[in-house]
Every structure is written in structure tokens, then in C-alpha cells.
Design a protein around this ligand. Structure first.
Ligand code: AMP
Length: 121
């Protein structure tokens, strides 16, 4: 799938659309999800143009991959989730129902998140 320069997160990265920013560095931007699905729900995105994990894991440089993963850990710590715990999730493609075609790692926390189970079938 080709990267769409006009997806909403690309527009946030260009500053065309506001976001509730929680963190930014050379490789990553983190902001609150507009429709939170947990008491804390933050998205961490790479600054590079990658559609999803499938794309990022093939094309991103080691520095970009390290940068994104370090940012996820740092954001979770800064949100005060390191002790209580958190869940990360990245959707790729139709079966996951990915909505925004720019890689984003969800961080959920601030409450008991329950078990991650969904019956097959
Ligand atoms: P996904 O289903 O993994 O593609 O998740 C997309 C997420 O982006 C959803 O949780 C949306 O609520 C969130 N979202 C969509 N638009 C915005 C926005 N402008 N600012 C923050 N979060 C957004």
C-alpha cells in the first residue's frame, strides 16, 4: 500500500491539524488519542512516512526503529505508567481494522485493562 501524504497523522506531523502533544523528539511524536479507549490512551508515531508496522519493519532504518521504541518507553514512563503497567498495540491492515494509514503505536493505561482475549472464529 502506498503512503498517503494526506492521512490525518501526516497532517498532524506537518502542523496542519492540532494535537494534544505529550512528547516529541527527532524520530517520534506522541499525542493523546482523540477518542480515548482507556483512562490514558496515547499514540506514538514515527516522523517518517510509514503506513504500518509491515512497512516500517521492512523500510525503516535501525535508528528510526530504535527511536520509535525508545520513545514508546519514555512516553509510558513520563505518563507514570511504568509501575502500574500499560498495553501497547499497533494495527496493520484490514483484519486489524487499522483506520489511519500512518504507523501508530497505541499506549493504553491508567486502569486495569483486563485480559487481551478474543475468541477465534
Ligand atoms: P487505528 O484503528 O489503530 O488505525 O487507530 C486510529 C486511532 O486514531 C483511533 O484510536 C482514533 O481515535 C485516533 N485518531 C483519529 N484521528 C485522530 C486525531 N486527529 N487525533 C488523535 N487521535 C486520532
Amino acid at each position: 500500500m502506498a503512503y498517503d501524504d494526506n492521512n490525518i497523522f501526516a497532517r498532524i506531523l506537518r502542523g496542519e491539524i492540532p494535537c494534544k502533544k505529550v512528547y516529541e523528539d527527532d524520530h517520534a511524536l506522541a499525542f493523546h488519542d482523540v477518542k480515548p479507549q482507556a483512562r490514558t490512551h496515547v499514540l506514538v508515531i514515527p516522523k517518517g512516512a510509514y503506513v504500518s508496522m509491515e512497512d516500517f519493519s521492512q523500510r525503516a532504518s535501525d535508528a528510526e526503529i530504535a527511536g520509535l521504541i525508545r520513545a514508546v518507553g519514555k512516553v509510558a514512563r513520563e505518563l507514570g505508567l511504568a509501575e502500574s503497567g500499560y498495553r501497547i498495540l499497533a494495527n496493520h491492515g484490514p483484519d486489524s481494522r487499522q483506520e489511519v494509514p500512518h504507523l501508530h503505536i497505541h499506549i493504553f493505561g491508567g486502569q486495569d485493562l483486563g485480559r487481551l482475549i478474543s475468541p477465534a472464529g
